[in-house]
Design a protein around this ligand. Structure first.
Ligand SMILES: CC(C)[C@H](C(=O)O)[C@@H](O)C(=O)O
Ligand code: SF4
Length: 474
């Protein structure tokens, strides 16, 4: 058989039937996660057709997008629309027999944080779910990708979806990771180079020594954020780190079953001579902490740079986009990005709300205070992460620094709950999208790593975290 990529192997092993000659297949999907925002119509469709869920045990339901994250958690939703969504969600879980983590459940959180914690994701699986950032699961050697409402309904009824094969792209990462540079900076650098549509139509495989040396959580960060370059699927070959992460998780196989599976999972990889449709290589040695200045995730610069001049853009549409972005962001070309003052600092989202992210941020906050005039919140990705951060003393570091310590949820990643910025407010944000209005109408978002957000919070402006790291706070 011809050499195959890991992506092709995962798709091939899940094809139920070829539907045409151009790569359209009926794909078996092993598991899914459902949220309150994209699942209601799918369940309404099942109800209308009198259908059952084919394999309720393969799904998990968590509320994450619309819930408040106030420090004191109650079951009540202050917003009536959100309350209706959550009530219908709970009703669907009950009627269709799917495991559901209520907002007060200690296992609750953002779906992309909770699913791996629960061991819902295993190498070799296909996980399709109603959220574009389901690529997170690629970090475990599964094919993760996002599906729309009608596909969710089709999946629930049959455990299959119609799927068109993607082109393949290998992103090979080499070199020593510089001091102060995180997986977030690396993926932002890739996006800046290939552009916000650079991976459109592709499934991405991350490879190379930087990836093997990276923690599983770091790989999740990259697998989620590469969606902002248009990727519709991500895979990373599973290794011992992935097995160590998953072993003993609630939904992971146990005993002899685990041993047999683990042996097989370690063989999952692209063949050495497999061909990719596109190859991208990056030596990370020169990557610096990055910050976005515009309203697209590829409008990013090193924290030491000046805000670029739109006049330097050759393509007229890029020039127009840059001008519009600068005006929306209220910035001036030529100013150092470090001179830009912030109003708000947000650490959270499925991209950067895991324990390693909180440890990075706490290192900067330790012994320092949030600058006057700045409001800072840390929103852990799950209640489990929250408990761990409290046990490790990180929560105390945050509150001592004047940071609000919240309950989990998508929160200020998108303005779909109580955590919304006011028009014109500027936020240093550990999230993945900086589109106009993403954090509230007229709100201005600067994407960066959690440690960089902390550096902005304590200085009151966008700042180079490297000048704070290793230097004790006052
Ligand atoms: C609400 C949901 C459909 C959406 C997504 O698919 O990504 C959201 O999570 C986002 O990050 O914009
Ligand atoms: S945290 Fe943000 S990116 Fe992630 S699922 Fe929620 S809204 Fe989407």
């Amino acid at each position: 058989m011809a050499a195959r990529t890991l992506y092709d192997k995962l798709v091939d092993s899940h094809v139920v039937r070829n539907l045409d000659d151009a790569g359209l297949v009926l794909l078996y999907v092993d598991r899914t996660v459902l949220n309150e925002y994209t699942s209601p119509q799918a369940f309404a469709g099942l109800r209308a057709a009198g259908r059952k869920v084919w394999n309720p045990k393969a799904a998990l339901m968590v509320v994450d997008h619309v819930n408040p994250t106030a420090a004191q958690r109650t079951r009540a939703m202050p917003d009536s629309g959100a309350a209706r969504q959550v009530d219908y969600f709970a009703e669907n879980a009950r009627d269709f027999g799917i495991e559901y983590f209520d907002i007060l459940d200690p296992r609750q959180g953002i779906e992309h944080v909770v699913a791996p914690e629960q061991g819902l994701v295993m190498p070799g699986m296909v996980i399709a779910a109603g959220d574009s950032h389901s690529t997170a699961y690629g970090a475990f050697g599964a094919l993760g990708y996002g599906i729309g409402t009608s596909d969710i309904e089709h999946y629930l009824a049959t455990s299959t979806v119609r799927y068109r094969r993607l082109k393949t792209m290998r992103i090979h990462l080499t070199g020593d990771v510089p001091f102060g540079v995180t997986p977030k900076d690396i993926v932002m650098e890739i996006i800046r180079r290939i552009g916000a549509d650079g991976a459109t139509g592709y499934a991405v495989e991350f490879t190379g020594p930087v990836v093997s040396n990276m923690s599983v959580e770091g790989r999740i960060v990259m697998s989620i954020m590469i969606v902002e370059a248009g990727a519709r699927g991500v895979v990373v070959a599973p290794d011992q780190k992935v097995l160590d992460y998953l072993k003993g998780r609630p939904r992971a196989p146990k005993g002899e079953m685990w041993e047999r599976a683990a042996k097989k999972w370690l063989t999952l990889a692209s063949d050495p001579d497999a061909r990719f449709d596109r190859e991208v290589a990056l030596d990370v040695a020169d990557v610096a902490p990055l910050v976005t200045w515009g309203t697209s995730p590829d409008q990013a610069i090193a924290v030491t740079d000046i805000i670029p001049d739109p006049a330097q853009q050759v393509a007229p549409e890029r020039k127009a986009a840059a001008l519009r972005a600068l005006s929306y962001m209220g910035l001036r070309a030529g100013d150092p990005i470090q001179s830009v003052p912030i109003d708000f600092a947000f650490i959270g989202s499925c991209t950067n709300s895991r324990i390693e992210d909180l440890r990075d941020a706490a290192e900067v906050f330790r012994g320092r205070r949030v600058a006057a005039g700045v409001r800072a919140i840390v929103v852990p990705g799950s209640t489990h992460v929250r408990a761990q951060a409290e046990a490790e003393g990180l929560a105390k570091v945050f509150t001592d620094a004047g940071v609000e310590w919240r309950q989990s949820g998508c929160s200020m990643c998108l303005a779909m709950n109580d955590d919304v910025l006011k028009p014109g407010e500027r936020c240093a944000s550990s999230t993945n999208r900086n589109f106009e209005g993403r954090q509230g109408p007229g709100a201005r978002t600067h994407l960066m790593s959690p440690a960089m957000v902390a550096a902005a919070a304590v200085t009151g402006h966008i700042a180079d975290v490297r000048s704070l790291l290793g230097v004790a706070g006052q």
